[in-house]
Design a protein. Structure first.
Lengths: 372, 438
């Protein structure tokens, strides 16, 4: 167990105990989806970000090598029986590769479980909100057919409020991360438990950490981490060992999903509103300038002195934005380093050297105020 | 409109340019064929006219700024709206394809890569971003966009790419987001969403264009668009004839107007003339491949920098590539366009391109083509730069082999970046494929 970290049930434990209580499991692919809707049907969303270090061979029979390892691994994991315990599979739309995976599952792979895609609109217009609300309503119909249940509006609102509370605590953990007496690895173990723990269990866990007296701010060169997913977790140890500390993130699995509470009375609109009002995200079509402002603002608020862009190889949403983001950050006085990874590869010596060189470079620069 | 820009446009685009292009066309008509006519039919008579038409389009773009409003548009976008508002419409994908055939794509992509754009990104995007950053282009000059108009019905890449362009040009980005159709029918709320976005785009485009949208003009553009698409489809269907009068390699070249000049009267005239020539070939028994023994399908984008090589290699073995899911995409939706109910039909038309539909739908399209054309095999270009087109091909290939009993080849390449194309490997694989065809 990590120091300062309460016991966090593993995915397997969580799934087992949820099923023992009569609940179902929704294996859910990245990135955005209405958790509350699944829970209203008694389905526990358990997210599948890859996972790392699986045998990629089964997926390689269906996908070309230029498809990212998150999608490739997810398919391999499914074909190797990794999702056998799931009752439904949710494939939110985020990029061409996830779109292709959803389509492959429906047309060719055809797993035992029903597969439900969910299209994510790429804007924040009223029409986008209405569409996503309609998409959630359509998903409700499919889930009702699959589970034989039909949760009422009141039950859905109750589920939404539970998720909102968990997200409020998740945001607090992010804000107070430097004084939580947790290492970066421990912090990400904690916040990523949101990917599979029931909201109420996550909330209890978050409370137990947040209620502890604040510690002195953790030492280390403050850094911001941007990308999809912090895998392999050895990355976090490598940063710590080389004198760095992650003080904020813009990760698809973490910081980009700090959804604000909703305001609408209709549950479908409220679920849609929350997703669309999340922090800037390229897969939701946020303009690059908006992403840049967000990164600079995070750096100002947390004192981050550099940014690590940690992109999964072949990830177009990440890679398209990098040059302009890096240029903008440089102009704001924030150096950055891009690192590409494949979920199946260990952290290479080359990557470690780059992190080390980057940290040395940042350490050698005077800590100036980040310019807007 | 600026008077000097108008004068420059008038002189270059309406007087000097057309005269020069006519002269070039006259010269081209007298030039000997470049492709090997021992195996291939002589070039289409219309080819110099195609070149002239396309060159006139790019010439107009060169002098458009200050005279006309300019829109940069994705290839599957509802261009009718822009045409009806008198925008000059530029297709970055077509520009990138021109760079590919002119073999300058890699030079331009390298410019983008030097600026930090990964080689794993779409080579069309890298080519165009490189052209924007360096100012280099084989078409003379690219006009700056007043608006960027992106439709996600061909891929999500265009959204990421156009967000980059929006930053470089400081131009507004109008997005028409078309939810992916996983099943046979698009959900009604998805069609409603597309229609609403089309309607919402109008005031934005009107403001940029400085004029109101005339519904009669829009209907007229819709009619022309539909007519050109119908003619294109007719031309493609003529390839059901044996021997096929034109090959897919001809189609790749002749498709430029249907992509970038859809909605123009000249495009309708052009395809009517092409159809006439195709019919004359059929009447005269002329086949695109002189000794057509086997007929195959091409799936995915062309390999722009090796069109001639592939056409000659296959023709040499009596293999005619006569149908393509790619060229078909610009014709198959023609029946959906209804000028009398344009808004609703535009929403439906633009949600249903093959690239916005599931992997199973593409397999069904391929099976249908195999039966209707009829075909002996299929080449599936596994295009590193086009994930939405390529994902699913491994299963599609297996099903074609297993269920239809036709040989199918997965050919690894990239539509614009020849650095990931290995000619020796391609030749070996094609030779084995030809052998399997018998």
């Amino acid at each position: 167990m990590e120091p300062g970290l309460p016991h966090i049930p593993s995915r397997a434990e969580t799934i087992r105990s949820w099923k023992e209580c009569g609940g179902g499991i929704a294996a859910t692919l990245p990135i955005h989806y209405p958790r509350a809707l699944l829970r209203a049907f008694g389905l526990l969303p358990v997210e599948v970000w890859g996972p790392p270090r699986v045998d990629p061979a089964p997926g390689a029979a269906h996908l070309q090598p230029y498809v990212c390892s998150i999608v490739g691994n997810a398919l391999s994991f499914l074909l190797s029986g990794g999702l056998d315990g799931a009752d439904v599979i949710i494939v939110p739309h985020a990029c061409d590769s996830l779109q292709g995976l959803g389509s492959l599952l429906l047309d060719f792979v055809r797993p035992r479980q029903p597969v439900f895609p969910l299209y994510l609109p790429r804007g924040r217009r009223e029409s986008d909100l209405q569409f996503l609300a309609d998409e959630c309503r359509a998903l409700y119909g499919k889930l009702a057919a699959a589970t034989g249940r039909a949760p009422s509006e009141m039950e859905m609102m109750e589920s939404i409020r539970r998720e909102e509370e968990a997200d409020r605590l998740l945001a607090q953990l992010h804000r107070r991360r430097r004084t939580l007496s947790l290492t970066d690895r421990a912090f990400y173990r904690l916040v990523r438990a949101r990917e599979y723990l029931p909201a109420e269990e996550f909330a209890a866990l978050a409370h137990s950490v947040l209620d502890a007296p604040p510690a002195d701010p953790r030492a280390g060169i403050p850094l911001l981490l941007s990308g999809i997913v912090p895998e392999p977790m050895a990355l976090l140890d490598a940063v710590t060992e080389r004198g760095g500390a992650i003080v904020a993130d813009d990760l698809a699995c973490c910081g980009r999903r700090l959804y604000p509470p909703g305001t609408r009375a209709d549950p479908f609109h409220r679920m849609a509103e929350r997703i669309l009002n999340g922090p800037p995200d390229p897969t939701r079509g946020s303009p690059i300038a908006e992403r840049l402002r967000h990164l600079v603002q995070m750096a100002q608020e947390t004192g981050a002195r550099g940014v690590i862009f940690y992109a999964v190889k072949f990830c177009e949403p990440e890679l398209f934005d990098l040059p302009l983001l890096r240029r903008g950050l440089q102009e704001a006085g924030l150096p950055s380093v891009p690192i590409e990874v494949d979920l199946n590869d260990p952290l290479s010596g080359q990557t470690l050297t780059r992190i080390e060189a980057f940290l040395e470079m940042v350490a050698g620069q005077p800590a100036e105020e980040v310019r807007r | 409109m600026k008077p000097l820009a108008a004068l420059r446009y008038g002189w270059n685009v309406k007087v000097l340019g057309p005269a020069a292009l006519r002269l070039q066309r006259w010269q081209a008509q007298r030039r000997p064929a470049r492709w090997d006519t021992r195996y291939l039919a002589p070039p289409l008579r219309i080819a110099p006219r195609t070149k002239e038409l396309v060159a006139r389009h790019w010439l107009a773009g060169r002098y458009a700024n200050g005279y006309r409003k300019v829109a940069w548009v994705t290839s599957g976008a509802p261009v009718e709206l822009l045409k009806a508002l008198d925008f000059y419409v530029l297709y970055p994908e077509n520009h990138a394809a021109i760079c590919g055939t002119a073999r300058v794509a890699v030079d331009l992509a390298s410019e983008a890569e030097s600026a930090g754009y990964s080689r794993d990104l779409c080579s069309y995007a890298r080519t165009d971003i490189g052209a924007v950053l360096s100012g280099k282009t084989p078409v003379g000059r690219l006009p700056k966009p007043d608006v960027l108009f992106a439709c996600t019905n061909i891929c999500q890449t265009v959204l990421f790419w156009y967000r980059v362009l929006a930053e470089y040009f400081g131009a507004p980005l109008v997005l028409i987001d078309t939810p992916f159709v996983y099943t046979e029918e698009a959900a009604e709320h998805a069609v409603r969403y597309v229609r609403r976005q089309l309607e919402e785009a109008v005031p934005v485009l009107e403001r940029i264009a400085g004029q109101r949208l005339d519904e009669r003009k829009l209907r007229q553009v819709g009619l022309l668009s539909k007519r050109a698409s119908e003619l294109w489809l007719e031309i493609l269907r003529r390839c059901r004839h044996r021997p096929a009068p034109i090959s897919v390699f001809d189609q790749f070249i002749q498709m430029a107007p249907i992509v970038e000049m859809r909605g123009d009267p000249e495009t309708v005239d052009f395809y009517a003339a092409l159809l006439k020539e195709v019919d004359e070939r059929i009447a005269a028994g002329v086949g695109a491949v002189k000794n057509e023994r086997k007929r195959v399908l091409w799936d995915n984008l062309p390999i722009w920098y090796r069109l001639r090589y592939l056409a000659e290699f296959l023709a040499q073995h009596g293999v005619a590539v006569v149908a393509s899911t790619y060229t078909n995409a610009w014709g198959e939706l023609a029946p959906l366009i209804d000028p009398d109910d344009l808004w609703e039909s535009m929403a439906r038309t633009y949600i249903y391109p093959i690239l916005n539909r599931g992997t199973g739908h593409k397999l069904r399209t391929m099976r249908q083509m195999v039966e209707e054309y009829p075909l002996d095999g299929a080449i599936l270009h596994s295009d590193r730069s086009c994930k939405p087109y390529s994902i699913g091909q491994m299963d599609q290939r297996d099903r074609l082999i297993r269920e239809l009993g036709v040989p199918a080849l997965l050919l690894e390449a990239d539509h614009n970046d020849f650095r990931v194309y290995a000619e020796e490997q391609v030749a070996t694989r094609l030779a084995a494929f030809v052998e399997m065809l018998g």
